[in-house]
Design a protein around this ligand. Sequence first.
Ligand SMILES: O=C1O[C@H](COP(=O)(O)O)[C@@H](O)[C@H](O)[C@H]1O
Length: 237
Amino acid sequence: MNRVIVYTDPPLLASATAARLVTAITDLQATQPSVAIALTGGRTGTAVLEHLRVNTAATAIDWSAVDIFWGDERFLPGKHPDRNETQARAALLDHIKIPKGRIHAVAPSDGPYGDDADLAAAAYAKELDGVTLDILLAGVGEEGHTLSVFPDSPAVHETEATVVAVRDCPKPPPVRISLTLPAARQASQVWLMTTGTSKAEAVTTALSGASEVDLPAAGAQGRELTLWLLDKAAAGR
Ligand SMILES: O=C1O[C@H](COP(=O)(O)O)[C@@H](O)[C@H](O)[C@H]1O
């Protein structure tokens, strides 16, 4: 099922999405022992986490039973400010009571696999093996990328692997680790969040039946639900 929800502006989108996450996570926790969420980087994804941090209802979440993954990561040294993990830690993860073992970050480029992005991708695929993501949060780029799957790139043609190393990305940094679209489609719910007029064309093209090769965001669909969370500007077309 596809749903599109439009908010007046980016701050409202971020706070409403944080509230939606609180409800979704606590509802899931009422019926299953643990919940798996994949985070996204970028402005909107980080703003949602900041709102989650200050949302008083979020104290109802039992973080000790939430596994945190990332849909994609910028392959940079650990603690680099541009890593999606670093930003998520600053926005939320360093402020909540979540056991270390529940945070499943992608290895950095100075980590156990050094700067071998293929090894880091393979290790992350292993980490995700057997996990069903309850909610995959993802952004949308101006050219229609989602996760770190860019239009007409090798990653968008990947049909076997769940996680790939992505090189020569048009958006910096050039090397990234990303879930593939087939892996994204294993998630129960995919929430695609984006704001701003610069995203409007990508959004309308994706929702008008574009091919995922041309517009990867069109191919990120959850098994139960695909939710497009937009501000008025991104929905403007
Ligand atoms: O580089 C990335 O950007 C996208 C979208 O970011 P935004 O700032 O335009 O919201 C994000 O979804 C992705 O995780 C990240 O690596």
